[in-house]
Design a protein around this ligand. Structure first.
Ligand code: HEM
Length: 221
């Protein structure tokens, strides 16, 4: 679980960095360039299979851990003051993960299916967005697609913001827990890993949240 978690953390760094290029406010030119590279590069496309497999494995591992934990203590503690020995988000990884999964299904239908499978998901979006031409090949203009999804859609913006808030809570526990699971527990380094985890769990979801908000507010055009 630690390994798949770390793999997903690396994916989030790449995804967030490329998406943040929309903040250059250059009509999506830089973002589309890199988005298109990620969508067509053979190595990246191969890794995409690993990404979906990793995501699935991470969910299955989570369910197994949850089942093992309930089996280990079928009779609940008579008195359990959980807040005294753990944070609520570490006890709610299942709930937060499920919220995240719901967000991801919607998210994949907004962007991944129109771009890869030609609009099985948000057909309205595909019909209205312009196609961009790269190396004489037509591809979905991902920046225009983002604008269309978020621009006049408060409900979608709210769902995305809630989705990344659950990501933040999920990471707040998951980041340092991944290192612990891999046996990296050191007097000097563990506090540094914990601090880095907190910074990561705030900065990355904040940048993600700013994306739909920026389109909705018209900060990015
Ligand atoms: C909130 C702001 C976000 C925006 C605007 C955004 C935008 C996008 C776009 C445009 C794509 C399509 C890329 C392509 O087709 O080449 C994509 C794919 C994807 N996103 Fe996001 N994303 C956001 C947040 C997230 C978060 C928080 C996660 C994970 C927790 C995530 C997971 C994914 C996955 C798994 C894919 C498919 C991967 C792939 O294309 O290979 N996204 N996103």
């Amino acid at each position: 679980m630690g390994l798949t978690g770390l793999f997903l953390i690396v994916f989030l760094i790449v995804h967030c960095s490329i998406n943040s290029m929309i903040f250059f406010n250059d009509g999506g030119e830089t973002f589309n360039h890199w988005g298109h590279f990620m969508g067509t590069n053979l190595i990246v496309r191969t890794m995409e299979i690993g990404l979906f497999a990793g995501l699935l494995l991470h969910i299955i591992q989570g369910l197994v851990v949850w089942a093992q934990n309930s089996k280990a203590r079928p009779v609940k503690y008579k008195m359990n003051k959980a807040s005294a020995n753990s944070k609520w988000y570490s006890r709610s990884m299942g709930l937060l993960g499920t919220l995240l999964l719901m967000f991801l299904v919607l998210h994949i239908f907004h962007f991944w299916t129109p771009s890869r499978l030609g609009g099985i998901g948000d057909i309205r979006a595909l019909e209205e967005t312009t196609l961009a031409t790269y190396n004489n090949q037509e591809a979905l203009n991902l920046f225009a697609e983002m604008k269309l999804v978020f621009e006049d859609n408060l409900l979608i913006v709210v769902i995305y913001v809630l989705g990344v808030i659950s990501l933040a809570w999920h990471l707040l526990h998951g980041f340092q827990s991944a290192f612990q699971t891999l046996g990296i527990n050191h007097k000097r380094y563990t506090p540094i890993i914990k601090a880095a985890g907190i910074v990561f769990s705030i900065i990355v979801p904040l940048l993600f949240a700013l994306m739909p908000v920026a389109f909705y507010m018209g900060w990015v055009k």
